[in-house]
Ligand binder design. Sequence first.
Ligand SMILES: [Zn+2]
Length: 266
Amino acid sequence: MVKLARFPVLAGLVTGLVAGLVTGLAAVSTAPAQASGARAFNPLTLDGHVVKWGAPELGTPAHVTYAFAVGPVANINARNCRAMDALDGLAAAAGVGLARLRGEARAAFRLWEAASGITFEEVTSVGEADIVIGSQSAPRGFAFTNVRHAGEVLRPALIVSGGARGLGKPGSGAREAQDAVAAPRVSRITEAAVCLNPAHMWKVGFDGDLGTYDLRYTFAHEIGHAIGLDHHIQDPSIMHFKYSEKFQGLQPGDVAGVKWLYGSRK
Ligand SMILES: [Zn+2]
């Protein structure tokens, strides 16, 4: 029940999704059709499901663990981050040190945590972690996230299928469609991986060089994918696919998105 999507979207066969920041102009977000124009965020949809950690019900909290790869990690069925290694080499090449790199990742997790009902816990064992962060064994792009989901469906009665739409009373199709938008199918994320390209240079902080990405910004963007958000290009957003150095934290749409998925912080 897992499938792949990427940006730009590829029809895939295996697992979860996703995407990295890109600097180019060519990539066009193929936002899910269900993401209404009124939203300042786009939920990540896989196999027609909105995906989130925890209960497959929108606006409910989740507790998610993460770990840093400390050696080779194989993610065989993944489209992205299929093979990862420890981040030592990437950190050394960037001249920031492993401890500081990890600190930037932790800070990125805290951005999302502070804005919503999702909480994160760092664990040492990759095997026990929900999200694994590592360095790409086969470098490409800048950074990617892979998301796998369970394929569970919540409240299927509200889902409008093509065949069912015409069965109601006259005019009910539109109403059913509204309900479907209001209550999309939700599937539980079961695992995710975030991987950075060690062949690129990385940095801590902004300096105007848009060819070298800030680690915290990049982690925040990729973690956004790992918790169920897709690219959003209509507004300033950390989920815009294009790297920028115009802001360092979550933007209003990012906050709205994570709250839509996980509710407000208690
Ligand atoms: Zn992305």
